[in-house]
Design a protein around this ligand. Structure first.
Ligand code: PMP
Length: 484
């Protein structure tokens, strides 16, 4: 029945029966009806093929045959809630925890305990809950003044996004700029600037070390402020590479400096790997590893207390997870509360997760991300040398940000131009992109991990053509803003 709906009926039914708050891309041009996909290509209802440079959910590519087969096989056997023992869940928990380096601080601090959930938001929500449980246990060992209940504070980064639940919205400053639902962080959340080396408060630093000094000082100060108010540092929550902030990879040792201050204050480090996990950065499996200084010895290599994963985990199936240490898990267990989540760890979603991990390793897709990502960087650098529009190219592997500016000195953001470029990329060249960053002028490149060298050349060639054809800003205003 669904297949027989004409495209305009699809639009009409959606507008009548679904809330207009529900997000879609290319809204201003009526949205895209995507009904098929293979590898790095998506196909719309009219049979048009698009190059997908932005989908980090179909991690191993759209409709990967081996993953589709694994899901279908399991669906025919059984899919049910998480009340029963099942080999898929047990095996997946082992394989997932084996993807993390061991801790130099011992087994109690290794990332060895898995909670399955259904989405990145659920994962971060549970991560905050686990941190709270851990703090509570720590506090029971300390005498707390009866008349003052300390706030359990979370340190979050400006313009970060961690999810759509009430708790995760509190720690997602990105959402505080949108609409009027939540317009600022609540008192228990401390927001610090993101470590932007291109246009941030300390972009004039002479090197990464200085940037690390300057930006980690905000976290150190936040810890100091929290504890001197008699409150506790519950956790420092950060992506190893910030996505919606516009691909911000922190300077070397930034995370380890921040984590040291947080741990000294009794808090935990939660690494949100929902966008960046499973090898996307090419160089490493997890983004939290990226800013480790290569010269650091093992003791200095930062390992989170809690990691959250989502989007790519099931190659499109809703499976996400929280991975934590026995120390944190046991604090939660000691509260005596049972954790039940109906759909989490369903046999089918776990089959998807197992198969995604298998395909990722079998076809060496992390290596592909590194190689093709480096090619993308090189091609974009060549375009940058030919045109004035590209201010910065940053990132690693298949996690790249191309920041467009009107002026290389003042760094005036080319927000409308970025929107126009992405619109033309879709309309004329059938290339799908996404825009992020505080000024909405960063084209974020995060394609499926099977993106090829030919895809890279096609993408950058089309991108350059759009820059060449970019009308002057007054002409753009006449044309009307065409946001994607
Ligand atoms: N964390 C990050 C970094 C994200 O980008 C997102 C989603 N964009 C989430 C968490 C929330 O994940 P989900 O939409 O699966 O709930």
């Amino acid at each position: 029945e669904a297949e027989s709906l004409a495209p305009d009926q699809v639009e009409t039914l959606r507008s009548i029966y679904m809330s207009s708050s529900c997000s879609i891309s290319y809204k201003n041009t009526g949205g895209l009806q995507i009904t098929g996909g293979r590898g790095s290509r998506l196909i719309d209802v009219y049979g048009n093929e698009y190059l997908d440079t932005r989908n980090n959910v179909a991690h191993c590519g759209h409709g990967h045959p081996e993953i589709v087969e694994a899901i279908t096989y399991q669906m025919k056997l059984l899919n049910t809630n998480s009340r029963y023992l099942h080999p898929n869940a047990s095996l997946l928990s082992q394989k997932l925890s084996n993807l993390f380096p061991s801790s130099s601080r011992g087994d109690a601090d290794s990332l060895a305990k898995v909670f399955f959930v259904n989405s990145g938001s659920e994962a971060n929500d549970l991560a905050l809950r686990l941190a709270r449980a851990y703090n509570k246990k720590q506090q029971n060992n300390v005498l707390v003044q009866k008349d003052k209940q300390p706030k359990q504070c979370i340190i979050t980064i400006d313009h970060a996004y961690h999810g759509h639940t009430l708790a995760t919205l509190d720690v997602s400053p990105y959402k505080h700029h949108q609409g009027t639902e939540i317009t600022e962080c609540p008192a228990y959340v401390k927001r610090v600037p993101y470590p932007d080396m291109y246009r941030g408060a300390h972009s004039n630093c002479k090197d990464e070390n200085e940037a690390t000094e300057q930006y980690s000082a905000y976290v150190e100060d936040a810890c100091q402020e929290i504890t001197s108010n008699g409150d506790t540092v519950s956790a420092f929550l950060m992506e190893g590479g910030m996505s919606v902030a516009g691909v911000i990879l922190p300077p070397k040792s930034y995370i380890s400096r921040c984590v040291r201050a947080v741990r000294d204050a009794g808090g935990l480090y939660i690494a949100d790997e929902v966008q960046t996990g499973f090898g996307r950065l090419g160089k490493c499996m997890w983004a939290f590893e990226y800013s480790n200084d290569d010269s650091d010895d093992d003791d200095d290599k930062v390992l989170p207390d809690i990691v959250t994963v989502g989007k790519p985990f099931g190659n499109g199936m809703p499976i996400a997870a929280v991975i934590t240490t026995p120390k944190v898990a046991s604090a939660f267990e000691s509260l005596g509360v049972e954790y039940f989540n109906t759909f989490a760890a369903s046999p089918v979603c776990c089959a998807a997760g197992l198969s995604m991990l298998h395909v990722l390793s079998k076809y060496e897709l992390q290596k592909n991300a590194l190689e093709v990502g480096s090619l993308l960087m090189k091609l974009f650098s060549e375009v940058k040398a030919r045109h004035g529009w590209i201010g910065d190219i940053r990132g690693s592997g298949f996690f790249l940000g191309i920041e467009l500016v009107r002026n290389q000195q003042t760094l005036e953001p080319a927000t409308e131009e970025t929107s126009f470029v992405c619109s033309v990329l879709k309309e004329k060249y059938r290339v799908l992109t996404s825009i992020d960053g505080f000024h909405e002028n960063v084209v974020v490149v995060k394609p499926p991990m099977v993106f090829t060298k030919e895809d890279a050349v096609e993408f950058v060639t089309c991108f350059e053509k759009c820059l060449i054809d970019l009308p002057a800003i007054d002409k753009l205003h006449q044309l009307g803003k065409t946001p994607t």
